[in-house]
Design a protein around this ligand. Structure first.
Ligand SMILES: NC(=O)C1=CN([C@@H]2O[C@H](COP(=O)(O)OP(=O)(O)OC[C@H]3O[C@@H](n4cnc5c(N)ncnc54)[C@H](OP(=O)(O)O)[C@@H]3O)[C@@H](O)[C@H]2O)[C@H](O)CC1
Ligand SMILES: Cc1cc2nc3c(=O)[nH]c(=O)nc-3n(C[C@H](O)[C@H](O)[C@H](O)COP(=O)(O)O)c2cc1C
Ligand SMILES: Cc1ncc(COP(=O)(O)O)c(C=O)c1O
Ligand SMILES: [K+]
Length: 464
């Protein structure tokens, strides 16, 4: 999260200059930049306003490039599952804009005239995108945009009356605001979200709404240094990044309604290990991050529990294996009480699996073999770390690590310390859980039983 103070802002003149350099010596075309700008707007919106709650989107487009960004954003939002409508009263007779309009028409996205747009915008839309004016705005808004801006101002009254009201997202500049001074006359609207493009313009300092994003992930280093820009890094492959304060959330209102295929007794595997393999393979196929991460709960002999995450490193009929330090807190627990439970949570698949049983150390050979398969840095890390004991500071670890790094820089075998190795939990019960709407989830529990002297698994459904 970037501190607002550490982000830099552009003047109106600088913003125009940046565009000129991008589209001149730096070889960009306006089409390209507009596409990236519109995509950033759409991804910022999708990050904050989820499609199942905020489906109906009105995009109000002005006559310039800001309006073009709105048209591009509308197309992306359509493909993200939103239902956009466009109000584009002053169409620009250039092939770029005509093309964007044709693309939207081919998706049957409706174009609504100012006259057909309701005066009260609060009922028909969940999101209103203000793509009216960008950084070339000057003077006072002229018709028909003055009237449209007025309708956005009026939304505040509905907000005050606590009716359901749409959120307003401004592209680059809240329309009607002075590009540098902000809402000087205090007569314009206050958007809920602002998506600044390339770099925030000075007026963004006056934006105090809940969601400020930056988009336009194309700024080359020469622009960054010429304009002395301080911009937050974009995470991963994202097209947008949040700037300013973190979002305020009502924790009590945070919830997901799970929707999953049915998980019924008729099509589960008779053997829970087979069922686990099926779900594990699906977690891998779904490209989840660390699907082998599991919470391990242990308890002392007098029943004081503790949990931590560990990584599953293998499973079969004999049990579930992970590696750790034999002097750690979990190891002390397991030495006096071998009973433990594992919990997998596969977010994205709406699934959790519980596995309970008793734990034993794996053989030294098995631990040796796994230890030497790890990256050399992790092998040294295991030697250096007296896991779960108090250390005087980070330097204690780093100094020891550097010393060992030197010692083994010739690539020689790093011996596994005696105090490091694996554990195997032999399962006694399993529970496979899959989230369903209205909290009526599927829960299938496997417990062992004997039928005619033969060990089988009983499958029972538990109430959610
Ligand atoms: N570098 C980037 O990140 C990119 C950003 N883009 C977006 O482009 C805008 C800036 O686009 P530009 O075309 O320069 O300007 P505007 O969209 O702000 O609008 C100019 C038009 O608006 C008219 N205008 C200006 N003031 C008024 C007014 N008071 N009332 C009515 N109309 C007004 C103006 O007409 P004039 O006759 O006054 O000249 C123009 O028709 C930037 O903010 C980003 O959103 C690009 O997509 C590319 C890269
Ligand atoms: C995703 C994840 C995976 C982890 N995997 C392991 C692991 O496989 N082995 C391990 O010793 N610690 C692992 N840790 C660190 C443990 O959670 C924990 O901090 C450490 O084992 C000490 O726990 P203890 O003091 O309860 O023994 C992992 C942490 C995370 C967040
Ligand atoms: C301290 C510690 N040990 C062991 C592991 C297990 O992972 P790996 O053996 O893949 O390094 C982890 C993983 O996060 C860990 O944090
Ligand atoms: K705007």
């Amino acid at each position: 999260m970037q501190n607002r103070e550490s982000v830099s802002y552009l003047t109106q003149k600088e913003a125009a200059e940046v565009d000129e350099i991008l589209m001149g010596p730096l070889g960009f075309s306006v089409e390209q930049l507009m596409e990236l700008a519109g995509l950033s707007v759409a991804t910022s919106i999708a990050e904050v306003y989820k499609v199942n709650e905020y489906k109906r989107v009105l995009v109000i487009c002005g006559p310039g490039n800001n309006g073009g960004d709105g048209l591009v954003a509308a197309r992306h939002l359509f493909h993200f599952g939103y239902n956009p409508s466009i109000c584009y009263p002053k169409r620009t007779p250039k092939p770029l804009y005509a093309g964007l309009v044709t693309q939207l028409e081919s998706l049957s996205v409706p174009f609504v005239s100012v006259e057909d747009l309701p005066l009260d915008l609060s009922k028909d839309f969940d999101i209103i995108i203000d793509a009216i004016f960008g950084f070339s705005f000057h003077g006072a808004p002229r018709p028909p945009f003055n009237d449209l801006i007025q309708r956005l101002v009026s939304l505040n009254e509905y907000k005050e009356a606590k009716q359901r009201f749409p959120v307003v997202v401004s592209v680059d500049i809240p329309s009607g605001w002075h590009v540098e001074e902000g809402d000087i006359s205090d007569s314009s609207f206050k958007p809920d979200m602002l998506v600044s493009l390339t770099a925030p313009k000075l007026c963004a300092k006056r934006f105090h709404g809940p969601h400020h994003f930056l988009g336009g992930r194309f700024v080359p280093p020469s622009i960054v240094s010429k304009f002395n820009l301080h911009l937050p890094p974009y995470p991963g492959t994202a097209m947008c990044v949040r700037i300013g304060k973190p979002p305020q959330v009502d924790i009590a209102a945070l919830r997901e309604n799970y929707i999953s295929p049915e998980f019924v007794e008729d099509n589960v595997e008779a053997d829970p290990i087979h069922q686990f393999r099926k779900w594990f393979d699906e977690a891998i196929a779904a490209n989840l991050r660390e699907p082998n991460a599991m919470s391990l709960s242990t308890a002392t002999s007098d029943g004081k529990p503790s949990s931590r995450m560990v990584l599953l490193k293998g499973f079969d009929e004999d049990g579930f294996v992970w590696y750790t330090n034999y002097g750690s807190r979990k190891a002390h627990d397991l030495a006096e009480n071998p009973r433990a439970s594992l919990l997998f949570f596969w977010d994205g698949l709406n699934r959790q699996v519980r596995v309970e049983g008793t734990v034993q150390k794996v053989s030294e050979e098995e631990s040796e073999q796994y230890f030497h398969s790890r990256p050399r840095g992790s092998q040294l890390g295991a030697i250096v770390s007296p896991q779960s004991s108090v250390v005087p500071g980070r330097h204690f670890l780093i100094d020891k690590f550097k010393e060992l790094e030197d010692r083994y820089s010739n690539g020689s075998l790093i011996p596994k310390p005696k105090y490091w190795g694996g554990y195997r939990l032999k399962p006694e019960t399993f529970e496979f859980w899959q989230g369903q709407p209205s909290r009526l989830h599927d829960r299938l529990q496997y417990s062992p039983c004997e039928i005619e002297g033969k060990k089988v698994w009983k499958v029972e459904r538990l109430a959610p």
